[in-house]
Design a protein around this ligand. Sequence first.
Ligand code: UT7
Length: 334
Amino acid sequence: MPALRSVRILGTGMYVPPDVYTNKDLEKMMDTSDEWIVQRSGIRERRFAKPGLGVSDLAAEATQHALTAAGLKVSDIDAIVFATLSPDYYFPGSGVFLQNLLGCGQIPAFDLRNQCSGFLYGLNVAKAFISSGQYDRILVVGAECHSRAINLTTAGRDVAVLFGDGAGVVILGPNDDPKRGLLSLHLHSDGAHRDALKMEFPSMRKWPAITQEMLNDTKHYPTMDGRLVFKNAVTRMPEVVHEALAYNQLKPDDVDFYVFHQANLRINEAVLKHLAQPASKTYNNIDRYGNCSAASIPMVLDECARSGRIKPGDLVCMASFGAGFTWGSALLRW
Ligand code: UT7
């Protein structure tokens, strides 16, 4: 068997729709307050895409930025791995929407459904393909249009105030620099908690999948046991960071920069505290974009790469936790 190839991120990109919804805007739609939202989550505003747009449209914009950053053309992409929980259609997947929008030829387009861990799952799938030599450059996408499926009334406030729309992408490719590259990925799931955070309807377990009665009962919106999710996130994220570090025989202090999923500022502060790391070693954009699920990590990566917060050679550790439950970490030399 030929040796596995090393893999690295060749370029990053992100896109958020221009329409900003502040906490004050949400106060006009439901019984909530700026103070509650900021205190509990760290979120101040989020973006919602205009009706008619879908995740593939946001991802196409983000891809153009990543191609420029990588110095590549659309025709250089050999495959798409698209992670989202809010796809354009129930089927086909958003990968083929993006393939068509980009006009990148009849390349394979994979769709992944791993919620807030979707980007790290996507990274692992893409890494395996490139390492084995099957494909050279893969576009890994995390994109969400959460605004389509949140209940923007008081009945849905516990979930609705947390989420936003956005897209983040990376282009992954073979690495010719021995000092750089993706070192490891560790992924997990625990379906015993599948109901802790879910959008159940339309349900292919029901016949019909959706009824007027279900709509009247607002069953088509997501539900969450926030405290249970929080408790598991602050345990699992440090755990999976330690797993990555132990695998690479490293310690938390060896990491130059931590990139965490953006679900709640308090979660990320607790994870850093657990790792005994200073706030200067991470970056959060949840205050401006809310929780963009699969898009959150690549959006942070893009902002940090462009601003110089993450520099070539930095040891970067990413970690996520979300519905499923699913969680994971990735370690790389940028
Ligand atoms: O990315 C996917 C993973 N998701 C997460 O990681 C989210 C994890 N969970 C959390 O981040 C937190 O649990 C939340 C931010 C969702 C909630 O914070 P909390 O401190 O756990 O609040 P709570 O759910 O215990 O609710 C406290 C109170 C309740 O009122 P009572 O029962 O104490 O009278 C809620 O009804 O806050 C009320 N509440 C709200 N009040 C104003 C819930 N949502 C709102 C709201 N505005 N939007």
